[in-house]
Design a binder for this molecule. Structure first.
Ligand code: FAD
Length: 470
Protein backbone atom coordinates (compact mmCIF):
# COMPACT_ATOMS: atom_id res chain seq x y z
CA UNK A 1 0.00 0.00 0.00
CA UNK A 2 1.46 3.44 -0.87
CA UNK A 3 2.19 5.71 2.11
CA UNK A 4 -0.66 8.06 3.08
CA UNK A 5 -0.78 11.62 1.69
CA UNK A 6 -0.06 12.88 5.18
CA UNK A 7 3.08 10.74 5.45
CA UNK A 8 4.29 11.76 1.98
CA UNK A 9 3.59 15.40 2.78
CA UNK A 10 5.73 15.05 5.93
CA UNK A 11 8.56 13.54 3.87
CA UNK A 12 8.44 16.33 1.30
CA UNK A 13 8.28 19.10 3.90
CA UNK A 14 11.09 17.80 6.11
CA UNK A 15 13.61 20.32 7.36
CA UNK A 16 16.47 17.80 6.99
CA UNK A 17 19.07 18.79 4.44
CA UNK A 18 20.05 16.16 1.90
CA UNK A 19 23.68 15.26 2.45
CA UNK A 20 24.47 13.74 -0.94
CA UNK A 21 24.43 15.11 -4.49
CA UNK A 22 23.73 12.44 -7.11
CA UNK A 23 24.23 13.65 -10.68
CA UNK A 24 21.82 11.81 -12.99
CA UNK A 25 21.59 14.12 -16.00
CA UNK A 26 23.70 16.35 -18.15
CA UNK A 27 21.49 19.40 -18.47
CA UNK A 28 18.21 20.61 -16.94
CA UNK A 29 16.43 23.64 -18.39
CA UNK A 30 14.12 25.69 -16.19
CA UNK A 31 11.60 27.99 -17.89
CA UNK A 32 10.88 30.99 -15.64
CA UNK A 33 13.28 32.34 -13.03
CA UNK A 34 10.94 33.43 -10.25
CA UNK A 35 10.39 31.65 -6.91
CA UNK A 36 9.45 28.24 -8.34
CA UNK A 37 12.09 28.29 -11.10
CA UNK A 38 14.90 29.44 -8.83
CA UNK A 39 14.10 26.84 -6.19
CA UNK A 40 13.78 24.07 -8.79
CA UNK A 41 17.18 25.16 -10.18
CA UNK A 42 18.71 25.02 -6.70
CA UNK A 43 17.49 21.42 -6.29
CA UNK A 44 18.53 20.45 -9.83
CA UNK A 45 22.05 21.75 -9.25
CA UNK A 46 22.56 18.62 -7.06
CA UNK A 47 21.52 16.31 -9.91
CA UNK A 48 22.64 17.86 -13.21
CA UNK A 49 26.03 18.84 -14.63
CA UNK A 50 24.44 22.08 -15.74
CA UNK A 51 21.19 23.93 -15.02
CA UNK A 52 19.98 26.66 -17.38
CA UNK A 53 17.30 29.12 -16.26
CA UNK A 54 15.51 30.92 -19.11
CA UNK A 55 13.76 34.06 -17.85
CA UNK A 56 12.20 36.80 -19.93
CA UNK A 57 13.04 39.51 -17.36
CA UNK A 58 16.73 38.61 -17.31
CA UNK A 59 18.91 38.48 -14.21
CA UNK A 60 19.81 42.17 -14.02
CA UNK A 61 16.82 42.88 -11.79
CA UNK A 62 17.36 44.15 -8.30
CA UNK A 63 14.84 43.96 -5.53
CA UNK A 64 12.21 46.07 -7.22
CA UNK A 65 8.90 44.94 -8.77
CA UNK A 66 9.53 43.54 -12.25
CA UNK A 67 7.18 43.08 -15.24
CA UNK A 68 7.16 39.24 -15.14
CA UNK A 69 5.94 39.25 -11.51
CA UNK A 70 3.49 42.18 -11.32
CA UNK A 71 1.98 40.81 -8.10
CA UNK A 72 5.33 41.66 -6.49
CA UNK A 73 3.89 45.06 -5.57
CA UNK A 74 1.45 43.41 -3.16
CA UNK A 75 1.87 42.12 0.38
CA UNK A 76 3.52 38.69 0.34
CA UNK A 77 3.61 36.60 3.51
CA UNK A 78 5.93 33.63 3.81
CA UNK A 79 4.30 30.72 5.65
CA UNK A 80 6.26 28.76 8.29
CA UNK A 81 6.80 25.78 5.95
CA UNK A 82 8.22 28.07 3.28
CA UNK A 83 10.69 29.52 5.72
CA UNK A 84 11.76 26.01 6.76
CA UNK A 85 12.31 25.03 3.12
CA UNK A 86 14.24 28.20 2.27
CA UNK A 87 16.51 27.48 5.22
CA UNK A 88 16.81 23.87 4.09
CA UNK A 89 17.95 24.76 0.57
CA UNK A 90 19.91 27.89 1.51
CA UNK A 91 21.38 27.38 4.99
CA UNK A 92 21.62 30.65 6.89
CA UNK A 93 18.89 32.24 4.73
CA UNK A 94 16.92 33.79 7.60
CA UNK A 95 20.00 35.26 9.26
CA UNK A 96 21.19 36.69 5.97
CA UNK A 97 17.76 38.18 5.20
CA UNK A 98 17.59 39.81 8.63
CA UNK A 99 21.09 41.22 8.19
CA UNK A 100 19.88 42.75 4.91
CA UNK A 101 16.89 44.39 6.62
CA UNK A 102 14.12 41.77 6.81
CA UNK A 103 12.00 41.94 9.94
CA UNK A 104 11.44 39.20 12.53
CA UNK A 105 8.35 40.58 14.25
CA UNK A 106 8.29 40.78 18.02
CA UNK A 107 5.31 38.80 19.40
CA UNK A 108 4.06 41.77 21.44
CA UNK A 109 3.87 43.80 18.23
CA UNK A 110 1.80 41.26 16.30
CA UNK A 111 -1.98 41.60 16.20
CA UNK A 112 -4.50 39.15 14.76
CA UNK A 113 -8.12 40.21 14.39
CA UNK A 114 -10.99 37.95 13.34
CA UNK A 115 -14.43 39.44 12.65
CA UNK A 116 -13.45 42.58 14.51
CA UNK A 117 -12.28 40.76 17.67
CA UNK A 118 -8.62 40.65 18.64
CA UNK A 119 -7.23 37.16 19.20
CA UNK A 120 -5.20 37.05 22.36
CA UNK A 121 -3.75 33.57 21.99
CA UNK A 122 -0.21 33.71 20.71
CA UNK A 123 0.35 32.55 17.16
CA UNK A 124 1.42 28.90 16.96
CA UNK A 125 4.89 28.42 18.30
CA UNK A 126 7.88 28.13 16.02
CA UNK A 127 10.43 30.52 14.65
CA UNK A 128 9.24 34.10 14.20
CA UNK A 129 8.14 34.58 10.61
CA UNK A 130 10.45 36.31 8.17
CA UNK A 131 8.68 39.44 6.94
CA UNK A 132 9.80 41.16 3.75
CA UNK A 133 8.46 42.51 0.50
CA UNK A 134 8.15 40.00 -2.30
CA UNK A 135 10.89 41.49 -4.55
CA UNK A 136 13.35 41.50 -1.63
CA UNK A 137 12.70 37.85 -0.83
CA UNK A 138 12.94 36.79 -4.46
CA UNK A 139 16.17 38.76 -4.93
CA UNK A 140 17.68 36.90 -1.95
CA UNK A 141 16.65 33.55 -3.42
CA UNK A 142 18.07 34.62 -6.80
CA UNK A 143 21.41 35.66 -5.29
CA UNK A 144 21.79 32.36 -3.44
CA UNK A 145 20.77 30.32 -6.50
CA UNK A 146 23.06 32.19 -8.88
CA UNK A 147 25.99 31.69 -6.49
CA UNK A 148 25.96 27.98 -7.47
CA UNK A 149 28.55 27.49 -10.17
CA UNK A 150 26.64 24.99 -12.35
CA UNK A 151 23.65 27.32 -12.85
CA UNK A 152 23.49 29.59 -15.90
CA UNK A 153 20.91 32.36 -16.33
CA UNK A 154 19.70 33.20 -19.85
CA UNK A 155 17.70 36.31 -20.70
CA UNK A 156 15.12 34.90 -23.10
CA UNK A 157 11.48 34.20 -23.75
CA UNK A 158 10.58 30.51 -23.88
CA UNK A 159 8.61 29.75 -27.03
CA UNK A 160 8.07 25.99 -27.03
CA UNK A 161 9.35 22.48 -26.50
CA UNK A 162 11.11 20.05 -28.81
CA UNK A 163 9.89 16.44 -28.69
CA UNK A 164 11.57 13.23 -29.78
CA UNK A 165 8.97 10.46 -29.71
CA UNK A 166 7.54 10.35 -26.19
CA UNK A 167 10.11 12.67 -24.67
CA UNK A 168 10.80 16.36 -24.34
CA UNK A 169 14.41 16.76 -25.41
CA UNK A 170 14.86 20.55 -25.58
CA UNK A 171 13.27 23.94 -25.00
CA UNK A 172 13.14 26.71 -27.60
CA UNK A 173 13.54 30.34 -26.68
CA UNK A 174 14.07 33.77 -28.20
CA UNK A 175 17.07 35.52 -26.65
CA UNK A 176 16.19 39.01 -25.42
CA UNK A 177 18.35 41.98 -26.22
CA UNK A 178 16.31 44.41 -24.14
CA UNK A 179 13.42 44.40 -21.68
CA UNK A 180 10.89 43.71 -24.43
CA UNK A 181 12.93 43.01 -27.53
CA UNK A 182 13.38 39.38 -28.47
CA UNK A 183 15.82 38.40 -31.21
CA UNK A 184 14.29 37.00 -34.36
CA UNK A 185 16.27 33.75 -34.29
CA UNK A 186 15.15 31.15 -31.74
CA UNK A 187 17.71 29.03 -29.91
CA UNK A 188 17.21 25.40 -28.98
CA UNK A 189 18.59 24.34 -25.61
CA UNK A 190 18.89 20.55 -25.28
CA UNK A 191 17.77 19.13 -21.95
CA UNK A 192 17.34 15.84 -20.13
CA UNK A 193 14.66 17.50 -18.05
CA UNK A 194 12.62 20.68 -18.67
CA UNK A 195 10.86 22.43 -15.78
CA UNK A 196 7.89 24.69 -16.53
CA UNK A 197 7.96 27.41 -13.85
CA UNK A 198 6.32 30.15 -15.96
CA UNK A 199 3.62 30.97 -13.46
CA UNK A 200 -0.15 30.81 -13.65
CA UNK A 201 -0.30 32.04 -17.26
CA UNK A 202 2.08 29.34 -18.49
CA UNK A 203 1.40 28.29 -22.09
CA UNK A 204 2.59 24.73 -21.54
CA UNK A 205 -0.96 23.37 -22.14
CA UNK A 206 -0.95 24.97 -25.63
CA UNK A 207 2.50 23.60 -26.39
CA UNK A 208 1.44 20.10 -25.37
CA UNK A 209 -1.74 20.13 -27.43
CA UNK A 210 0.02 21.65 -30.49
CA UNK A 211 2.30 18.61 -30.38
CA UNK A 212 -0.46 16.02 -30.07
CA UNK A 213 -0.41 15.65 -26.27
CA UNK A 214 -3.30 16.14 -23.85
CA UNK A 215 -3.71 19.47 -22.10
CA UNK A 216 -3.89 19.08 -18.30
CA UNK A 217 -7.42 19.40 -16.92
CA UNK A 218 -7.87 22.77 -15.20
CA UNK A 219 -9.95 23.34 -12.05
CA UNK A 220 -11.00 26.88 -11.21
CA UNK A 221 -12.75 28.57 -8.33
CA UNK A 222 -13.87 32.13 -9.13
CA UNK A 223 -12.85 34.25 -6.13
CA UNK A 224 -12.89 37.80 -7.62
CA UNK A 225 -10.33 39.14 -5.17
CA UNK A 226 -9.38 42.83 -5.14
CA UNK A 227 -6.14 44.02 -3.52
CA UNK A 228 -4.85 47.55 -2.88
CA UNK A 229 -1.46 48.06 -1.30
CA UNK A 230 0.65 51.04 -0.26
CA UNK A 231 4.06 51.49 1.38
CA UNK A 232 4.59 53.82 4.34
CA UNK A 233 7.67 55.08 6.19
CA UNK A 234 7.79 53.31 9.56
CA UNK A 235 7.42 55.71 12.42
CA UNK A 236 7.13 54.81 16.14
CA UNK A 237 5.19 58.05 16.71
CA UNK A 238 2.48 56.77 14.38
CA UNK A 239 2.28 53.10 15.44
CA UNK A 240 4.49 50.43 17.00
CA UNK A 241 3.04 47.42 15.15
CA UNK A 242 5.21 44.93 13.29
CA UNK A 243 2.44 42.75 11.84
CA UNK A 244 -1.34 43.10 11.85
CA UNK A 245 -3.71 40.69 10.12
CA UNK A 246 -7.41 41.45 10.02
CA UNK A 247 -9.88 38.98 8.58
CA UNK A 248 -13.60 39.52 8.45
CA UNK A 249 -15.77 36.65 7.26
CA UNK A 250 -19.11 37.28 5.58
CA UNK A 251 -22.26 36.73 7.65
CA UNK A 252 -24.26 38.51 10.38
CA UNK A 253 -24.19 41.73 8.34
CA UNK A 254 -20.42 41.60 7.87
CA UNK A 255 -18.65 42.08 4.52
CA UNK A 256 -15.77 39.69 3.81
CA UNK A 257 -12.53 41.67 3.92
CA UNK A 258 -8.87 41.10 4.61
CA UNK A 259 -6.22 43.58 5.61
CA UNK A 260 -2.57 43.32 6.52
CA UNK A 261 0.26 45.44 7.78
CA UNK A 262 3.84 44.15 7.58
CA UNK A 263 6.92 45.95 8.80
CA UNK A 264 9.44 45.28 6.02
CA UNK A 265 13.02 46.03 5.01
CA UNK A 266 13.95 49.65 4.43
CA UNK A 267 12.18 50.72 7.64
CA UNK A 268 8.79 50.66 5.92
CA UNK A 269 5.35 49.20 6.39
CA UNK A 270 3.53 47.59 3.53
CA UNK A 271 -0.22 47.83 4.06
CA UNK A 272 -2.97 45.93 2.25
CA UNK A 273 -6.73 46.35 2.13
CA UNK A 274 -8.68 43.77 0.15
CA UNK A 275 -12.27 42.97 -0.71
CA UNK A 276 -14.19 40.64 -2.99
CA UNK A 277 -16.41 40.97 -6.05
CA UNK A 278 -17.88 44.51 -6.19
CA UNK A 279 -16.04 45.59 -3.04
CA UNK A 280 -13.09 46.95 -4.99
CA UNK A 281 -10.53 49.30 -3.44
CA UNK A 282 -9.30 51.81 -6.01
CA UNK A 283 -5.91 53.48 -6.60
CA UNK A 284 -7.27 56.66 -5.16
CA UNK A 285 -5.38 57.64 -1.98
CA UNK A 286 -8.47 59.10 -0.30
CA UNK A 287 -10.37 55.84 -0.89
CA UNK A 288 -7.45 53.84 0.56
CA UNK A 289 -7.29 56.01 3.67
CA UNK A 290 -11.06 55.89 4.16
CA UNK A 291 -11.08 52.09 3.93
CA UNK A 292 -8.21 51.84 6.41
CA UNK A 293 -10.03 54.09 8.86
CA UNK A 294 -13.54 52.62 8.50
CA UNK A 295 -13.14 48.93 7.74
CA UNK A 296 -10.07 47.79 9.66
CA UNK A 297 -8.55 47.85 13.18
CA UNK A 298 -7.08 51.09 14.55
CA UNK A 299 -3.49 50.57 13.39
CA UNK A 300 -4.63 50.75 9.74
CA UNK A 301 -6.30 54.12 10.18
CA UNK A 302 -3.41 55.49 12.24
CA UNK A 303 -0.79 54.59 9.64
CA UNK A 304 -2.91 55.65 6.66
CA UNK A 305 -3.87 59.01 8.19
CA UNK A 306 -0.74 59.99 10.06
CA UNK A 307 1.98 58.03 8.26
CA UNK A 308 3.98 59.13 5.21
CA UNK A 309 2.95 57.18 2.12
CA UNK A 310 5.82 56.21 -0.20
CA UNK A 311 4.74 56.11 -3.84
CA UNK A 312 1.20 55.31 -4.95
CA UNK A 313 -1.53 52.87 -4.04
CA UNK A 314 -1.18 49.82 -6.31
CA UNK A 315 -4.15 47.56 -7.05
CA UNK A 316 -4.36 43.96 -8.23
CA UNK A 317 -7.31 41.78 -9.21
CA UNK A 318 -7.22 38.00 -9.16
CA UNK A 319 -10.23 36.39 -10.78
CA UNK A 320 -9.81 32.80 -9.70
CA UNK A 321 -7.88 30.11 -7.91
CA UNK A 322 -6.81 27.49 -10.44
CA UNK A 323 -4.93 24.25 -10.67
CA UNK A 324 -3.77 22.06 -13.49
CA UNK A 325 -4.05 18.38 -12.72
CA UNK A 326 -1.07 16.89 -14.53
CA UNK A 327 -1.37 13.78 -12.38
CA UNK A 328 -4.64 12.95 -14.17
CA UNK A 329 -3.15 12.88 -17.68
CA UNK A 330 -3.20 9.46 -19.29
CA UNK A 331 -0.42 10.44 -21.68
CA UNK A 332 2.43 12.58 -20.46
CA UNK A 333 5.79 13.08 -22.15
CA UNK A 334 8.99 12.15 -20.34
CA UNK A 335 11.57 14.82 -19.61
CA UNK A 336 9.03 17.34 -18.32
CA UNK A 337 7.96 18.56 -14.87
CA UNK A 338 5.96 21.60 -13.75
CA UNK A 339 6.32 23.67 -10.56
CA UNK A 340 4.85 26.65 -8.74
CA UNK A 341 1.85 28.63 -9.96
CA UNK A 342 2.04 26.83 -13.31
CA UNK A 343 0.58 23.88 -11.36
CA UNK A 344 -1.67 25.66 -8.87
CA UNK A 345 -2.33 29.22 -7.81
CA UNK A 346 -4.58 30.00 -4.89
CA UNK A 347 -6.44 32.87 -3.32
CA UNK A 348 -3.39 34.89 -2.17
CA UNK A 349 -4.91 35.88 1.15
CA UNK A 350 -3.84 32.50 2.54
CA UNK A 351 -0.21 33.13 1.55
CA UNK A 352 0.31 29.64 0.08
CA UNK A 353 1.92 30.38 -3.30
CA UNK A 354 5.60 30.86 -2.52
CA UNK A 355 5.52 28.14 0.11
CA UNK A 356 3.98 25.73 -2.41
CA UNK A 357 6.83 26.59 -4.79
CA UNK A 358 9.37 25.64 -2.10
CA UNK A 359 7.54 22.36 -1.47
CA UNK A 360 7.40 21.56 -5.20
CA UNK A 361 11.17 21.98 -5.27
CA UNK A 362 11.49 19.67 -2.27
CA UNK A 363 9.19 17.17 -4.02
CA UNK A 364 11.47 17.37 -7.06
CA UNK A 365 14.45 16.66 -4.83
CA UNK A 366 12.87 13.58 -3.29
CA UNK A 367 11.86 12.34 -6.79
CA UNK A 368 15.37 12.83 -8.21
CA UNK A 369 16.96 11.15 -5.21
CA UNK A 370 15.23 7.89 -6.23
CA UNK A 371 17.45 7.92 -9.35
CA UNK A 372 14.44 7.80 -11.71
CA UNK A 373 14.65 6.76 -15.35
CA UNK A 374 14.27 10.16 -17.04
CA UNK A 375 13.21 8.46 -20.26
CA UNK A 376 9.87 7.76 -18.56
CA UNK A 377 7.18 10.31 -17.57
CA UNK A 378 7.84 11.83 -14.15
CA UNK A 379 4.60 10.46 -12.65
CA UNK A 380 6.11 10.02 -9.18
CA UNK A 381 7.01 13.72 -9.18
CA UNK A 382 3.52 14.77 -10.27
CA UNK A 383 2.05 12.62 -7.49
CA UNK A 384 4.14 14.55 -4.94
CA UNK A 385 3.01 17.83 -6.46
CA UNK A 386 -0.61 16.64 -6.29
CA UNK A 387 -0.22 16.02 -2.57
CA UNK A 388 1.16 19.52 -1.97
CA UNK A 389 -1.45 21.16 -4.24
CA UNK A 390 -4.28 19.21 -2.59
CA UNK A 391 -3.14 20.37 0.85
CA UNK A 392 -3.18 24.05 -0.14
CA UNK A 393 -6.30 23.75 -2.29
CA UNK A 394 -8.33 22.11 0.49
CA UNK A 395 -7.53 24.90 2.94
CA UNK A 396 -8.09 27.81 0.58
CA UNK A 397 -11.13 26.57 -1.34
CA UNK A 398 -12.93 25.36 1.78
CA UNK A 399 -12.59 28.83 3.27
CA UNK A 400 -13.52 30.53 -0.03
CA UNK A 401 -16.73 28.51 -0.34
CA UNK A 402 -17.92 30.56 2.63
CA UNK A 403 -17.82 33.73 0.49
CA UNK A 404 -21.28 34.78 -0.69
CA UNK A 405 -20.27 35.16 -4.34
CA UNK A 406 -18.51 31.78 -4.57
CA UNK A 407 -20.87 28.96 -5.51
CA UNK A 408 -18.64 25.98 -6.10
CA UNK A 409 -17.31 23.62 -7.09
CA UNK A 410 -18.08 21.95 -3.76
CA UNK A 411 -15.91 18.99 -2.68
CA UNK A 412 -17.54 15.78 -1.46
CA UNK A 413 -18.44 16.08 2.23
CA UNK A 414 -18.35 19.88 2.13
CA UNK A 415 -21.26 20.17 4.62
CA UNK A 416 -19.35 18.31 7.31
CA UNK A 417 -16.00 19.96 6.46
CA UNK A 418 -17.54 23.40 6.80
CA UNK A 419 -19.42 22.54 10.02
CA UNK A 420 -16.30 21.09 11.61
CA UNK A 421 -14.01 23.86 10.30
CA UNK A 422 -16.18 26.58 11.85
CA UNK A 423 -16.17 24.84 15.22
CA UNK A 424 -12.44 24.26 15.07
CA UNK A 425 -11.77 27.90 14.24
CA UNK A 426 -13.96 29.04 17.14
CA UNK A 427 -12.21 26.61 19.49
CA UNK A 428 -8.75 27.95 18.58
CA UNK A 429 -9.66 31.17 20.40
CA UNK A 430 -9.48 29.40 23.75
CA UNK A 431 -7.55 26.18 23.20
CA UNK A 432 -3.80 26.61 22.57
CA UNK A 433 -3.41 22.99 21.42
CA UNK A 434 -6.07 23.35 18.71
CA UNK A 435 -4.65 26.77 17.83
CA UNK A 436 -1.27 25.14 17.30
CA UNK A 437 -2.71 22.25 15.24
CA UNK A 438 -4.75 24.51 12.95
CA UNK A 439 -1.77 26.87 12.62
CA UNK A 440 0.42 23.96 11.49
CA UNK A 441 -2.04 23.21 8.67
CA UNK A 442 -2.59 26.81 7.56
CA UNK A 443 1.20 27.29 7.77
CA UNK A 444 1.59 24.20 5.49
CA UNK A 445 3.76 22.48 8.08
CA UNK A 446 1.19 19.70 8.49
CA UNK A 447 -1.23 18.05 6.05
CA UNK A 448 -4.94 18.98 6.47
CA UNK A 449 -5.80 15.34 7.21
CA UNK A 450 -4.05 15.81 10.57
CA UNK A 451 -7.11 17.82 11.65
CA UNK A 452 -9.50 14.91 11.30
CA UNK A 453 -7.57 12.69 13.71
CA UNK A 454 -9.85 11.50 16.54
CA UNK A 455 -7.95 13.47 19.21
CA UNK A 456 -8.42 16.78 17.35
CA UNK A 457 -12.05 16.08 16.50
CA UNK A 458 -12.93 15.13 20.08
CA UNK A 459 -11.14 18.17 21.45
CA UNK A 460 -13.00 20.43 19.00
CA UNK A 461 -16.39 18.97 19.79
CA UNK A 462 -15.70 19.19 23.53
CA UNK A 463 -14.70 22.84 23.17
CA UNK A 464 -17.81 23.53 21.12
CA UNK A 465 -20.16 21.88 23.67
CA UNK A 466 -18.40 23.60 26.56
CA UNK A 467 -18.69 27.05 24.98
CA UNK A 468 -22.42 26.47 24.34
CA UNK A 469 -22.99 25.40 27.92
CA UNK A 470 -21.03 28.38 29.25
C1 FAD B 1 -1.95 39.81 -5.26
C2 FAD B 1 -1.15 38.60 -4.88
C3 FAD B 1 -0.67 38.46 -3.60
C4 FAD B 1 0.06 37.32 -3.26
N1 FAD B 1 0.44 37.15 -1.97
C5 FAD B 1 1.14 36.04 -1.62
C6 FAD B 1 1.56 35.83 -0.29
O1 FAD B 1 1.25 36.59 0.61
N2 FAD B 1 2.31 34.73 -0.03
C7 FAD B 1 2.63 33.82 -0.99
O2 FAD B 1 3.33 32.85 -0.71
N3 FAD B 1 2.22 33.98 -2.25
C8 FAD B 1 1.48 35.05 -2.59
N4 FAD B 1 1.06 35.21 -3.88
C9 FAD B 1 1.36 34.15 -4.84
C10 FAD B 1 2.78 34.26 -5.37
O3 FAD B 1 2.97 35.51 -5.97
C11 FAD B 1 3.01 33.12 -6.36
O4 FAD B 1 2.54 31.92 -5.83
C12 FAD B 1 4.47 32.94 -6.71
O5 FAD B 1 4.98 34.10 -7.29
C13 FAD B 1 4.63 31.77 -7.66
O6 FAD B 1 5.91 31.74 -8.16
P1 FAD B 1 6.19 31.15 -9.61
O7 FAD B 1 7.65 31.16 -9.76
O8 FAD B 1 5.46 29.87 -9.77
O9 FAD B 1 5.49 32.15 -10.62
P2 FAD B 1 5.71 33.70 -10.86
O10 FAD B 1 6.26 34.33 -9.64
O11 FAD B 1 4.44 34.23 -11.41
O12 FAD B 1 6.86 33.76 -11.96
C14 FAD B 1 6.74 33.28 -13.26
C15 FAD B 1 8.06 33.63 -13.95
O13 FAD B 1 8.07 33.09 -15.26
C16 FAD B 1 8.56 34.08 -16.16
N5 FAD B 1 8.02 33.74 -17.48
C17 FAD B 1 6.72 33.69 -17.84
N6 FAD B 1 6.62 33.32 -19.12
C18 FAD B 1 7.88 33.16 -19.59
C19 FAD B 1 8.43 32.78 -20.83
N7 FAD B 1 7.65 32.51 -21.90
N8 FAD B 1 9.77 32.69 -20.93
C20 FAD B 1 10.60 32.96 -19.87
N9 FAD B 1 10.13 33.33 -18.68
C21 FAD B 1 8.78 33.42 -18.53
C22 FAD B 1 8.08 35.39 -15.58
O14 FAD B 1 8.82 36.48 -16.05
C23 FAD B 1 8.27 35.13 -14.09
O15 FAD B 1 9.57 35.46 -13.69
C24 FAD B 1 0.32 36.32 -4.24
C25 FAD B 1 -0.15 36.48 -5.53
C26 FAD B 1 -0.89 37.59 -5.85
C27 FAD B 1 -1.44 37.71 -7.25
Amino acid sequence: MPPSSSRQFAEISTSLRPTDAMVIMRRAVVLGGSMAGLLAARVLSDHADEVVIIERDGSEVGDEVRPGVPQGSQVHALLPAGQVQLERWFPGFTKEAVAAGAVLPRPERVQLHLNGARRHLPPPTGNPPLVTTRPFLEAMVRRRTMALDNIRFVHGRAEGLVFDGDRVVAARYLPMTGPDTPNAEPITEAADLVVDAMGRSSRLGDWLSENGWQRPPMRRMPIKLNYATALFARDEQVSDVDVVVSQTNAGNGRVARIGGINAVEGNRWIMLVAGYADDRPSRDTADFIARCRNDFPDAFGAIAEKGRMIGDVVTYHQADSRRRDFHELERLPAGLVVAGDAVASFNPVYGQGMTSATLHASGLSSYLRTNPDLRLPAREYFEKVRIVADAAWQVSTTADLGLPHVDGPYPPGYGFISWFGNRLLAATFSDPVLNQRLGAVTGMVAHPSSLVRPSTMLRTIRASLFSRAA
